[in-house]
Design a protein around this ligand. Sequence first.
Ligand code: PLP
Length: 344
Amino acid sequence: MPRLYFDANATAPPHPEAVEAVRRAMLEDWANPTSTHREGQRARYLIEEARREIAAALGVAPGELVFCASATEALHLLIRGLQPALGHRPAAVFPGEHSACLNPLKDWSRVAWLPEVPPACATVVQMPANNETGILYPMPPVLDALRIKDCAQAWGKVPVDLSDSDAAVFSGHKMGGPRGAALLWMRPGLPWEAVMEGPQERRRRGGTEDLPAILGLAVAVRHLAERQVMNAGLAPLRDAFEAEITSWNRAIEVIGQGLPRLPNTSCILFRGKNGEALHAALDLAGFAVSTGSACHSGSVKPSHAIATLGYTLEDARSVLRFSLLPDAQPGEVEALAAALKRLV
Ligand code: PLP
């Protein structure tokens, strides 16, 4: 049997047309977009076309988008760039936020966990969708705080609304784009300063732009609406999978069940079982799944996203995350359930 991949929230395969766009750009449009000769000018033109197309899809102005290499980088540039002006005041974030957001906040005077919004709070960081549980979170109603959205997981899976935000980050490799392409969006006028200096990206992010990855991202964005529809169609499949595995009476619990969740994500607690061992056994059986965020796997520390939902650390070690690709088929999910039944 071919291997089956249930780890879309870590990375999804790039759309074939995005792969082709990357390949062509690497063969034909490899010139430096900062160069002033004709080849460089063409590279610059292609980048600006891609920026226009992506900005239109997001409903923002092209000049507000900065191309980055990853959402992690975008979050670092954003949060570290706000720190000189705002870092003496507290920030408020969801306890389950990704380390890509928590790490650059380390130099701030204080990080409070939402729903607490401390007095004089400078910024609130919302993740519309949690990478591990898939739970969807609304932007808290805050006044006078800068609102940041980490859309790495939401993009391409559920609609993303920027009207309640001042800045946001997006990742390409989770929505059918290539790795190496991500976005930082900032409303004009934020008290932000560049931390990676250089002439590129209007002096907001130094470093030669990765033209092939950017063109691949633009192509993936062209397919975003269709991807979102496919993802929405996964909910019945995911629900049937959860109904099947919780019917076995084996202390199996769906984390976040009943809450608004990403339609492709199933975060399951196999109480009393070792998540790492289950993960390894499934891998041997031909199934790629995750013990939590890809960034946590390999770490002995259980995920804080799970622990902060009120589960014990022991429980957090017994969790597996199954995240379906947009084209997942019922037979594949049934095969996964059958393999799990033999293991738990
Ligand atoms: N934010 C969230 C919610 C994520 O899930 C991830 C990746 O898992 C990131 C940020 C980091 O994204 P990237 O891999 O593009 O650095």
